[in-house]
Design a protein around this ligand. Sequence first.
Ligand code: 5GP
Ligand code: MN
Length: 463
Amino acid sequence: MRKNYRDQRLGEEIKKIISQLLQRELKHPALNQGIITISHVKSAQDGSFATVYFTGIGLDEGAVIDGFNQSKGFIRTEIGKAMGLRFTPDLRFKVDETEQYGQHIDELISRVSGGDSGSAAGMTAVSEAGMTANVSVSEIVDLLESYERFLLFPHVSMDGDTLGAAVAICLSLRELGKRAYVVIDEEIPDIIEFIEYKTTISIKEAEALELENYLSILPDSSDVSRIETRGELFSSGKESLCIDHHITGNPTCDYNIILPEVASTCEIVYDILTEADYPMHEEIATALYVGILTDTGRFQYESTRPQTHRIAASLMEKGVDVNRAFNEVYQKLTPSKLFVEKELLEDMEIFADGKAAVGFITRKTLDLYDAKDADTEGMSEKLRSIVGVEVSVFARELADGRIKTSMRSKNYFDVAALAAKYGGGGHIRAAGFTSEKTMEETLSDIKKSIEAGLMGDCGSDPQ
Ligand code: 5GP
Ligand code: MN
């Protein structure tokens, strides 16, 4: 597993570098048609070569491969420089045939909006049709049965769904007498703090455990790079399991269940715990409910299925205090947050004939009002809610200087495809990426991409 981790990291780094080169440096005309997404990079065991898998919408794939091959010398030099490698692996370029990315998004949307019955477990049919090599819910139950120790890793920029899923699995396994912890390396946002239920430990505490006996679980992301500082810990476990519902990702766990048609990871967790007949007491139900509540924007987003409501109803029957959950999550507006919002609105820009809105918040502004990162929650939704706006971007400066973007769309624009172009990901209506560039550069790039996207790359106005 450790060795695998090295190969995996090498692949992830190469993916990131080529994705960035595609945005800026690679001028070959074939590499500037439509949106090319590097879906994953597989490094050979001996490090001699790496296979770069790409996908995109409406690409002349042969021309893209030629373009990459002609730019290979440059790409390898840049990889060598960026990673400080003495020997840079040779590169092979291939179309991603696994049907998980770009060009199949349309097909996926039609499948997803088509059928809507049954539980999340029943939905694996989509996956069986070729989306991802998913394991079934009952195989996951067998996997959980076969372990006594578990570590759960919520993704960075922690939200209700990733924390709720982690906490629910953790508490349920503990009820069975198994040992489980949620490993975190960031402050839990105030609005979801109440579902922590003493499940979390720090990296330092986790390092003291006998990691080789543990199953590592990644909830609400299929990209190990999204657990950042905890990556090494994650891969020190015996095996790994990813439970996710994002349309983009880089599934590298030993076991993966990724169901993009399900509105929240917590619904998949509900199905797993139900299938296993594992305990689901009030705290577990509350953690799951909060994940569903927040990921569906209080049951408003189009991802909300009839089954989402059925699961929520069942969780209420298990004792969730819905009023308390609502008050905790949505009734905690602070003056700091309001002042930050004032700054956002003052600088916001509406462009692309009123179809797009962009806003940003710098560290300086957060410090000025003594505000936290979590105080920017909901700002991209605010920009999206403007009449006529189809797509919104909210960018904020992280403590380490990187820029984190949150993108939202209303009816037709595919923000997941756009985020993937910048090395990020998400859902069709909510996605994001993290950039090493300055705020100005990031905003200028993304504005151009949105304008181009509105012309057709990311879905066009059906009107
Ligand atoms: P948010 O904008 O609320 O942070 O995230 C919206 C959606 O996009 C979430 O599902 C989140 O997981 C995904 N997302 C946000 N930022 C990133 C990122 O940097 N990388 C990836 N892969 N997904 C992201
Ligand atoms: Mn989620």
